[in-house]
Design a protein around this ligand. Structure first.
Ligand code: NOJ
Length: 733
């Protein structure tokens, strides 16, 4: 990873020495365009009114069309803004010109945005893409997103989201790489490489922002923004790991999480921001708050007023304020009265200027005319990548009697309102996509199969159309039913207390099953769903998530067998909601679940997940044999033979797990240590080797001491976290 040259470092110091206190604090201020005019209530209230139905979307649109946006031009001119959230390149240039040509020191703005799973080309949501276990793909989609956004002037992505998440009720499970810290760390590294490492031109890279630092994924009962309490060894061994990996890979910025961790909101958490992130991990970049989070410290009850919140935040190591103006309004007084030192301010500004310098913004502050036009039509290379990512993310959960793949001339009755909707394939947090680039499932199916007819029948909202069901019954040899969640049902502020299929969709599936025609259930959703009933009764289930602009083609190509499914689950699926949180790498109890009464189980629900982490079927089958584990110096040499025992070529995800059988702290029953994607032709066998460094077999205690403890270990290799071969080995470190 490229760092700053000595000359660039000197330029940062020179600038710093010329800046007034106001200008320094200005760099620490991030603004979004504010909406002004036309309405009598604050903008936030207006959004609430639309969300709770007091006004319709159309009415909201009308009100907004009479309003204007304030882009803070005057403040930019005075050097009181360091960053803005804007995505229109023309506006970017306009505002940048003010910063560069009209402010006293000409320091460029950094434009940031939530580019979570693609910019113009939208890829699968992260929970889905992580399930490809394909780090090369993860890197390529990030690189493409960086290029597309930088061509619009957005040089800073509020991504990757790295929250380990084990409770599927939390809507934000969709945004991150799932429940496992090892997969999460690989995802983190791949994303940082993709976003940040191509320095062949300034337009090819952006600054990443690791979020949400940290522990947000463990919000109590999966309710968004809720409190987080956990033992520190759980924190260090799980929730912190992907962040550590991304910092090691060179991440430029970090966003603090909304939640409190063991009583202290991350926004003002000196231990997390200074001691761990900046001092211990050596993170060189800057930390930004989450939106309005500094103000929310008053509501949390950790600060008395805005001044108090701002002082606590900056002293804790929070370098940039997102959206509250608390820094610009209070920090000057705080420095003058001595509650914040000049060193603290200088440190924050030095970090911010260094990232701007690293991004090349001082030399290339503007978007060129050519770049603005570059993606007016998406190049084939971009749509191909979107399709590849979508195809590889699809997880075949069940395929009774080998009903899939379908022949191209099968008469297919395609059912479900979601099948013919452009917005619903995109997934939470996507802003810059265009309708013309989206391929719906209906379109994908029609261009892949010869005989497809569409009967909406119903969807996540609204009623069931019985007439449509009768027509579907008459027409199809099979029914492909596209069911799931609306995009708005996952993502931020979208927790659900019941994660079965929403609305009347289960009833609808029951009615479709009564037709006697085979039903193929294709799921579009942003979180693991509780699918006990569907798994019991529906013969085929395909998990297709929200896959982005190429979703329709990807689904059709998997259903037809043009593509052999290879996606895996990055998060366990519960049978019923009451099992949440359910995750494969749980610690053992003294009474593991069994049939007997006094064990750790439910009376009315299974203990195990319905579909475990790492699980996913294919149109071929893979068998494992000959697992061997040998000590080779400072590593374990693990090898296993994997055979494609079916008659189709495929790609298998070979997974390696371990268990520390007895240790000074209770350890997980299994923990992923590595994986490899392997292409296997029909009938082919390959020996797959994995070198597990002994140094990576330890764990952190509550004081963050790392332990490597002698004793018995179990090593597993297999095609999912549940289905593995096992060998024991005794080790002395
Ligand atoms: C709130 C979200 O928590 C965060 O993920 C996002 O980046 C910011 N808002 C900015 O939109």
């Amino acid at each position: 990873m490229k760092g700053l040259t000595e000359e660039q470092k000197k330029k940062v110091e020179d600038l710093l020495s010329q800046m007034t206190l106001e200008e320094k604090i200005g760099q620490m201020n991030q603004e979004s365009p504010s909406i002004v005019g036309g309405f009598d209530v604050p903008f936030e209230e207006l959004i609430e009114m639309m969300t709770d139905g007091r006004i319709s979307k159309e009415e909201f649109g009308q009100i907004m069309s009479n309003a204007t946006q304030d882009f803070h031009e005057e403040d930019i001119k005075k050097g009181l803004v360091g960053s803005l959230m804007v995505q229109d390149p023309v506006k970017v240039n306009e505002l940048q010109k003010i910063a560069v040509e009209e402010s006293r020191l000409g320091i460029p703005l950094i434009f940031g945005l939530d580019v979570i799973h693609g910019f113009r080309s939208v890829y699968p949501i992260a929970i889905a893409e992580a399930g490809t276990f394909d780090t090369d793909l993860m890197e390529r989609t990030a690189r493409m997103a960086a290029k597309e956004s930088r061509a619009a002037g957005v040089a800073w992505h509020f991504a990757p989201m790295l929250d380990v998440a084990r409770d599927a009720r939390w809507g934000r499970v969709s945004e991150g790489p799932g429940e496992d810290p090892c997969l999460g760390s690989q995802f983190a590294r791949a994303k940082i490489r993709g976003l940040q490492n191509d320095h062949s031109a300034t337009e090819n890279y952006v600054a990443a922002c690791l979020k949400h630092y940290v522990g947000y994924g463990a919000c109590e009962s999966g309710r968004d923004y809720n409190t987080v309490s956990m033992a520190m060894h759980v924190f260090y061994n799980n929730y912190l790991k992907p962040f550590q990996a991304a910092v090691d890979e060179g991440a430029q910025t970090v966003m603090a999480a909304f939640n409190d961790l063991n009583g202290v909101p991350c926004t003002v958490n000196r231990f997390l921001l200074r001691d761990i992130l900046k001092d211990s991990m050596g993170f060189p970049g800057f930390v930004v708050s989450d939106a309005n989070a500094i103000r929310e410290c008053v509501v949390h009850g950790i600060a008395e007023d805005h001044m108090d919140a701002g002082v606590q935040a900056v002293n804790a190591g929070m370098d940039m304020d997102m959206g509250t103006e608390i820094y610009v309004k209070n920090l000057k007084t705080a420095v003058e009265n001595g509650t914040v030192s000049m060193d603290v301010i200088d440190e924050a500004v030095r970090r911010i200027l260094s990232v701007k310098m690293w991004l090349g913004l001082f030399d290339h502050p503007y978007v060129t005319e050519e770049a603005m036009k570059r993606y007016e039509t998406l190049p084939k290379e971009h749509t191909d990548l979107a399709r590849e990512a979508a195809e590889k993310s699809i997880v075949l959960l069940k395929n009774e009697d080998g009903l899939l793949p379908l022949k191209k001339d099968t008469k297919i009755a395609l059912v479900g309102a979601l099948a013919d909707n452009r917005e619903e394939i995109i997934g939470a947090w996507a802003m810059s996509w265009q309708e013309k680039d989206c391929v719906t499932i209906l379109e994908g199916m029609k261009s892949t199969f010869e005989n497809v007819k569409y009967f909406p029948c119903g969807g996540p909202e609204g009623d069931i159309d019985m007439n449509d069901i009768l027509k579907a019954e008459d027409y199809g040899d099979v029914i492909v039913a596209v069911m799931g969640e609306l995009v708005s049902m996952s993502g931020e502020a979208s927790s659900r207390s019941n994660i079965t299929l929403p609305g009347r969709q289960k009833e609808l599936i029951e009615m479709l099953m009564h037709t006697g025609k085979p039903v193929i259930l294709v799921l579009m959703n942003g979180r693991p769903l509780a699918l006990e009933w569907e798994n019991n009764y529906v013969p085929v289930i395909v998990e297709a998530w929200h896959l982005g602009i190429q979703m329709g083609n990807a689904v059709a190509r998997v259903l037809s067998g043009d593509v052999n499914p290879e996606g895996r689950l990055s998060s366990s699926f519960p049978a019923v909601t009451g099992q949440c949180p359910v995750y494969y790498n749980h610690p053992n109890t003294g009474r593991p679940a069994s049939r007997s009464k006094f064990t750790s189980r439910y009376l009315d629900a299974p203990f195990d997940s319905l579909y475990p982490f790492g699980y996913g079927l294919s149109y071929t089958t893979y068998t494992y044999s000959d697992l061997t584990v040998k000590e080779e110096g400072d590593a374990l040499d693990i090898s296993v033979k994997v055979t494609n025992a079916g008659d189709r070529d495929g790609r298998e995800t070979v997974q390696f797990y371990m268990q520390d059988v007895a240790a000074s702290l209770v350890r997980p029953v299994k923990e992923l240590k590595g994986f490899e994607k392997v292409s296997l032709a029909a009938g082919e066998t390959k020996e797959i080797r994995f070198s597990l460094k002994k140094a990576d077999m330890g764990f952190y205690d509550n004081e963050r001491n790392y332990h490597l403890e002698d004793g018995l270990f179990r090593i597993y290799a297999g095609g999912s976290s549940r289905d593995c071969l096992m060998q024991e080995i005794r080790l002395s470190f």
